[in-house]
Design a protein around this ligand. Sequence first.
Ligand code: B12
Length: 214
Amino acid sequence: MSTEILENLKKAVMEYDHEGAATLARKAVEEKVDPLEALNALTVAVRQVGDGFGRGELWLPDLIGAAETMMSVMPILDEEIERKGAKRQSLGTVAIGTVYGDIHTIGKTMVATLLMAEGFTVHDLGINVTAETFVEAVKKYKVDILAMSALMTTTAPEQRKVISALKEKGIRDKVKIMVGGGGITQKFADEIGADGYDPTAPGAAKLARTLVGK
Ligand code: B12
C-alpha cells in the first residue's frame, strides 16, 4: 500500500496535480507511511523533471509546475516530521539559507525541517541570502552551525564568499559551517574550508549532530 501511495505521489508531482498530491500526502500521513520516504519520493520526481529539463526534453514551466506541486504538499509532511521530533531539548542553533543569486528553496527547506525534527533550533533565512545577511545572522542568533545551500555552478562560489566574510569579521572559528545543495560536492566543500558537506537532507541532520558533538 505504501509503495502504491509513494508511486502515485511521484506521478502527481510529474503531472503537476496539486490536489491529487495533497490528497495522497494526507493519505500517507494517515496510513503512517514514513514522511521521510514520502519526501524522498517527491524529491525523486522533481529531480526527474529537472533531468528532463537538463536534456532539453522539458521546459521551464514543467520545472515550475513540478516544484510548485512539491512545495504545496511539503507542509503536510513537514508537520508530521516535526510532530514526531517534538518535545526535545535543543541540540544547538542553526541558521540556514540559500545563497545570494539562488532562489531554489526546496532542498534548503527540507534540510531546515529535518534539523528541527532532529532537535535543533533553526532560523531559516530564506533564499537569495547575501553574505552580509549570513554574517549578521551568525552574530544575532549566536549560531552553532551555519548551513548554506546552492544549486547552481554560478551560485556555489557564494559559499566561499560567506566564509571569507566571516573570516574578515573574525568570527569564522565561532561557528561550524556545513554546505550542500545540488551544485556542491565534497571536493568543493573541502576547497572552500567548510566543516562539513552532505548530499542529502537526512545526512545533513546527522552531520549537524556530529558538528556539535552530540
Ligand atoms: C525545481 C527547480 C527550479 C525551480 C525552483 C523552485 C523553488 N522554489 O525552489 C525554478 C523553476 C524556479 C528554477 C529556476 C531556475 N533553475 Co532550477 N532546478 C530545479 C530542479 C528541477 C530541482 C531542484 C530541487 O528542488 N531539487 C530537489 C531538492 C530536494 O534537492 P536539492 O536542492 O539538491 O537538495 C537536496 C540536497 O542537495 C541536500 N541539500 C540541499 N541544501 C543543503 C544544504 C546543506 C547545508 C546540506 C548539508 C545539504 C543540502 O538536501 C536536499 C534533500 O536531499 C533542479 C534540477 C536538479 N536536478 O536538482 C534545477 C536546476 C538546479 N535549475 C537550474 C537552472 C539553470 C535554473 C534557472 C537558471 C533556469 C532559468 N533558465 O531561468 C533558474 C534559476 C533561478 C535562480 N536564480 O535561482 C539548473 C542548474 C544548472 C547548474 N548546474 O548550474 C538545474 C540543475 C536544472 C538543469 N539540469 O539544468 N529551478
